[in-house]
Ligand binder design. Sequence first.
Ligand code: GLU
Length: 917
Amino acid sequence: MELTENILKCAIFDDGSFLLEAAFNLGITDASENEEVTFAGSVIKTSPGDLIEAENAICKLLESNILGIFGPTSKPTLNYVQTIADYLELPQIITDPVTTQNRNWSAVNLYPNHMAYSKVFANIIEMKGWTDFTIIYEGAELLPFFDNILNIEDLDSKEHIVINVVQLPSGDDFRSQLKVIKASGSVNYVIGCSRETLPILLQQAQQVGIMSDDHSYIIMNPDFQTLDIDPYKHGGSNITGIRFFDPTMEDIQKFISAINEKAKELSENQIETAIEGNSLNFNLALVYDAVMLYTSAIKAMGLEEGGNITCESDETWSFGSSVVNYIRTMELDGLTGLIKFDEDGLRSEFEVDVLEVQSHGFEKVGAWTFDGFTEMRKSIPPVEQEGSDSMKGKHFIVLTALSKPYGMLKESPKKLEGNDRYEGFGIEIIEELAKMNEFNFTFEIQEDGVYGSYDAKAKKWTGMMEKVMDGRADFAITDLTITSQRQRAVDFTSPFMNLGITILYKKPTKEPPNLFSFISPFSYQVWGWLAGAYVGVSVLLFFLGRFAPEEWQNPYPCIAEPETLDNQFTLANSFWFTLGSVLTQGSEIAPIAVSTRMAGSMWWFFTLIMVSSYTANLAAFLTVESKFYAIKSISDLASNPYNIEYGAKSGGATFTFFKESDNLLYQKMYKYMEDHPELMTQTNDIGLDWVKDETKNYAFLMESTSIEYMVERNCDVAQVGGLLDSKGYGIAMKKNSPYRQPMSESILQMQEQGKITRMKDKWWKEKRGGGACADDDASSAEAQPLVLANVGGVFIVLVAGSAMAVVCAFFEMMVDVWIIARREKVSFREELIAELKFIFSFSGDVKPVRHRESTGSGSKGSKKENMLDEEESQKNGDLEPAPTPHSERSSHSRHTSHSRRQSNAKQLTIMKRYSRD
Ligand code: GLU
């Protein structure tokens, strides 16, 4: 018997694509092939959820003498069409996860029954031994699919099983629900959601940080194997799901290429390839299976034509319920495995493979049949085999704090999600480390900004340290200082930055003009040395004057053989000479001897340099505004003459430094901070605000790198004093973590390549208002008093010159004594002793001439004898004394001392007489 093509199976699809239609048509074609019975399909597409359209479609299909109805797929229309089909007793074939079936109705649902379906997952959960898990589901219609899961009992241990149930909200942002789940501490999740929602949910779970080694997932969607698992396969979390068919099987591959052909045909070549690789979904295979099952039943029942019924008539199709009942007794090996119905007409006996996500892809780890779960092998994740220190492909929770510039919220007009929300120096370091070590990460923020210290009373760590120790975070990065105390609790990588504690305070204020600012160009030390040099050189000149024979001059050039010689370098004159030159005024005293000239010129050179330096620096002091520094160092702050309040970040490394220090000064400061908890801050930013606050007089103890960042942007604050210690920032992780070595190595590599320096320059000097105070700093250069180091060289030249002058004076004296001794035929020794005696007798500035009959300044015999000689020569009218070397030199000398003249009264008398004659 040959059935004609006017026997129709009809379908209504409202999924909006060609694929269901293609699968349906493919089923019709395959059912008709090589058979004496051929079928024809008629498809009407309606808008999803449109009941009127669906009703019109069914009435239209009824006109064609149909055998049954397939679809539709959206729940409201499906239920509506089901009511109509039931009324008309027209078989309706369903392939969707709906549960509203009744064995009297005309519906045959090929989708596995919810009780059996939930049993699959209940068995998997039991196999995994979960006693505490969270069910995450998308829509209420899926709830029946959790029936057996919700009724799991732990028979072995009689332990209470804790099950949390969380429904996902509509829309596509589930992060807040996921955060709540994370906060609950649950680490095992059963997920029931649509295929469309699944990747979004998993991605957000990763962002929220519940996709690490500690987390396990069971995915209930039958299309689990079509998921792109690349983002999750290295993440470390265990992800399990099921499949109804193996996409690599030959018949599935054939089906995929056939359906692609059909879809191409239907879309008029708009679709090249509709299904690729493993992306064949369960529903398409089910539609095909449904067509095959139904056509087999029709063929087996030998039905020639469909029910001649219409929407208008009250008639029902008399064979309808027989077809339905027949189908329910059938068994078929379809694409989706064994198709068999239980006595309630439900598809409960099916088989599935249990899959797990591994780093190489999906792996079948077991199989489920109605009799239970058979485990095929205990999988060992390849990542573990690689060595536990390998970070490749793993996912880590990185804890950071919103502390500028280490971690900051990105400024963007768009709403940012996940890791994209953050930027900063620490964030960039982690991004770079992730690239180098090929790991995935999710940032989590330490909202309260507490980095962590040991609370001795509560006997536990706080803040970020606690989270790292508990394993709630894998790494912590921020301006987290490596301290010995912390190092005992966690591991740190090599430091990525070095710093020390110092003070942040307001920039110094303008100092009121100082009446005595002329003192400022030289430091007190230099003034002291200057005074010393003045006294020293003056006294030296006095000595040199006595030593140098040239300095003993005939006071009256007209007297050829004076009885005495004068010396201009009395002590007073020496001081006057040096003072005159240092004040650039001169003094009418001119040195004559080489030695005194040498000493004099050294002094002039010295004064030239000193006076010019003074003038130059005075100009700087008068033009540059001088500043008032309330504190210049940590000791100023500790002694605190201006009542400056101060504090540090509470629980931070700076505070701990003062607490642990045995230095008395720091202990005093620690006591102060402990007594003033209100001056301690939660973050560095608050510290900065308090320092800037005009109503407060507050200094903030903090770390130099953070101060550097702040003074680049806040021109009214500055670092005060040097660094109190030297330490570094590191990335914290659990004690004995296998990741310390690779992370430290990568940090060192980054340092060697100069990457960290570049990052620092970028975040400190360029981004977010960096460099705002650069000009300010240049203009704030201050005049500094010259210290000995600036002018010490001139003092050295002066000392050297003076020493040479002393040698020279001694030499001059010796030569003179030697000449006189030879000329006067006296012993050199006697003459030298006589000369030295005179020099060191300090008997005034008049020197009696010892050998008057001869020239030279040497003396022989007593002053009395010399005077007698003088008188004799007067009597002889010897009024024209022969010129002596001294009298010739006298033109050089300018006498200023009256006393000397008075002491030479005798010579005066001679002169008067000489002029009278
Ligand atoms: N870097 C410090 C720490 O790790 C916080 C800032 C401070 O104490 O100055 O605790």
